[in-house]
Design a protein around this ligand. Structure first.
Ligand code: GLY
Length: 372
């Protein structure tokens, strides 16, 4: 997770950056190492004949190769068996066609395989070993996605009785033991059943690259690539490859990219909702905030980040549970800029959402101005 911005910089960036620097335009979840992806996608649009779809692929595959912050590409987010699997999707905002791979095994180039699903099949989503078979038959090389460093991490996790993990309502107790596990009987009124609906705050490794591009001609595309959640149950697929969840784009309106707790976020199709919010006339920021608030009302404890851009390149973001950042570059900008978004917080006694950090920053600024 990226949690580096100061409150002062949060405030400055939050209020300053909304307008479009013009086309072409690239925007994606997270700053830091993810800005190499922004630059790669932007430069492909500015300096070559790349389409919006090409640029999304270039951007996301840059993160896959660089492993960004460990949450994209090989060698990150191992499952209980210490295997890295990849989720990716890519979407064309003109045709509304998308291609995805879920739980892709032993292949590094997830976004490129997703592009193959889009371009060489009439399907939308291929999964698991058979997605690998599809990739191999299209010439992608098999690779070991586990690094030596990851293997060491897995050994330490097992040594620590497999803590943390995503198991609930099983025996032996998953808070103190490794598996194999077996489910215990539940009924829908028991406290244990209700606990099953609540995310575990100790599980926070859900970063993702989700990117939206706008070509100089105005055509748009979106894509997502991630290795999911660390210590996931083998077979788990996150929000990344789900159209409308990991990302979404309608070139007539705008696009959206998401990062965060995918198990929760995919229940709300947040990017579909955000683009529909734009269509109803909301600003990008309001569209993003509305989506995060919808999730917070049911799941106030998760970590979520949403970036939204309209077809003109006006943009905004919202997040919760962390200081979310997003990166953008457009028009004739010489470098990528990063926007920090203070977290929205659910006031549990009412439906009111408050910007705790932003309010503090405003108060701090007011105090500072008073003293001068
Ligand atoms: N957002 C990435 C995941 O939960 O898989």
């Amino acid at each position: 997770m990226m949690r580096t911005a100061t409150i002062g910089s949060l405030l400055a960036l939050h209020v300053a950056v909304q307008a479009s620097p013009n086309l072409p335009f690239v925007i994606n979840t997270w700053g830091g190492p993810f800005t190499t992806a922004t630059d790669a996608a932007y430069l492909s649009l500015r300096n070559s004949t790349a389409s919006a779809l090409d640029a999304v692929q270039v951007g996301c595959s840059t993160c896959e190769k660089n492993q960004c912050d460990g949450s994209v590409g090989f060698g990150g987010s191992p499952d209980e068996n210490c295997e890295t699997t990849l989720d990716a999707m890519i979407m064309d905002g003109t045709t509304m066609k998308s291609g995805s791979v879920a739980g892709l095994r032993r292949i590094k180039d997830a976004i490129a395989v997703a592009r193959h699903v889009l371009e060489y099949t009439t399907h939308t989503l291929l999964a698991g070993d058979l997605a690998t078979q599809f990739a191999v038959s299209n010439g992608f090389p098999l690779s070991n996605l586990t690094t030596a460093e990851q293997a060491k991490r897995c050994a330490a996790w097992r040594e620590d009785n497999c803590q943390p993990n995503y198991r609930i309502n099983v025996s032996p107790d998953p808070k103190s033991s490794c598996g194999p596990y077996i489910g215990i009987a539940l009924n829908s009124s028991s406290p244990a059943y209700k606990r099953a609906l609540t995310p575990d705050a100790s599980q926070t490794s859900h970063d993702t690259i989700s990117m939206i591009t706008i070509h100089s001609s105005g055509t748009m595309a979106a894509g997502t690539s991630t290795n999911g959640a660390t210590w996931k149950v083998p077979g788990r697929v996150g929000d990344g490859p789900i159209t409308g969840s990991g990302s979404y784009v309608d070139g007539d309106v705008g696009g959206c990219g998401a990062t965060g707790d995918g198990d929760i976020m995919m229940r709300f199709l947040p990017c579909y909702q955000a683009v529909e919010n734009l269509r109803q006339g909301m600003s990008p920021k309001d569209a993003a905030e509305d989506v995060v608030k919808r999730i917070l009302r049911k799941y106030p404890d998760g970590s979520y980040g949403i970036v939204v851009v309209d077809k003109h390149g006006q943009h905004g973001g919202a997040g919760s549970g962390w200081t979310f950042t997003y990166a953008f570059r457009g028009g004739s900008m010489n470098a990528t800029e990063v926007v920090s978004v203070p977290p929205l917080t659910e006031n549990r006694r009412g439906a009111k959402i408050v910007y705790i950090k932003l309010a503090r920053a405003f108060a701090q600024q007011r105090r500072g101005e008073g003293e001068r």
